[in-house]
Design a protein around this ligand. Structure first.
Ligand code: RB5
Length: 144
């Protein structure tokens, strides 16, 4: 697996999966930054998405994982930030394609939507997949 740092964030709806994602990253010796939330108290997902995006844009992390109840709020918030390409995935095919074709730098997951084993499988595939470049580069450039 390539060497990179992953920033991880969740709101209260994604709090349990954030812990599991961090355990997974630790088990693979992947460095991470935890931008919260740090309890199950209700909080606002746009703030967490912004914190994670800042880490990526500052070069302190190369990839991010954002989790909320559905993954939708996090993906909407993250995709409003220039330079962020967030992919909400509920299957491994999309996770692989989001890296290969879209060069997604953030993976969004919905804790209330998919089971933890699938979520970690998606994460594993997403982390291992590389951008293909080529014809996809032009399209990714157009996003900016
Ligand atoms: C929180 O209840 C929930 O709205 C949030 O986690 C997320 O699903 C929003 O998109």
């Amino acid at each position: 697996m390539q060497k990179f740092k992953v920033v991880v964030g969740a709101d209260h709806g994604g709090f349990e999966y954030k812990k599991a994602v961090i355990d997974f990253l630790k088990s693979k010796n992947i460095d991470y930054i935890d931008v919260g939330t740090y309890s199950k108290d209700s909080c606002d997902y746009p703030l967490i998405a912004n914190k994670a995006a800042e880490k990526i844009l500052a070069g302190q992390a190369q990839r991010g994982v954002l989790i909320c109840g559905t993954g939708i709020g996090m993906s909407i918030a993250a995709n409003k930030i220039k330079g962020i390409r967030a992919a909400l995935c509920s299957d491994t095919f999309s996770a692989r394609a989001s890296r290969a074709h879209n060069n997604a730098n953030i993976l969004c997951l919905g804790e209330r939507v998919i089971g933890i084993c699938l979520a970690l499988d998606i994460l594993d595939v997403w982390l291992k997949s590389d951008f293909e470049g080529g014809r996809h580069q032009k399209r990714v450039d157009m996003l900016e």
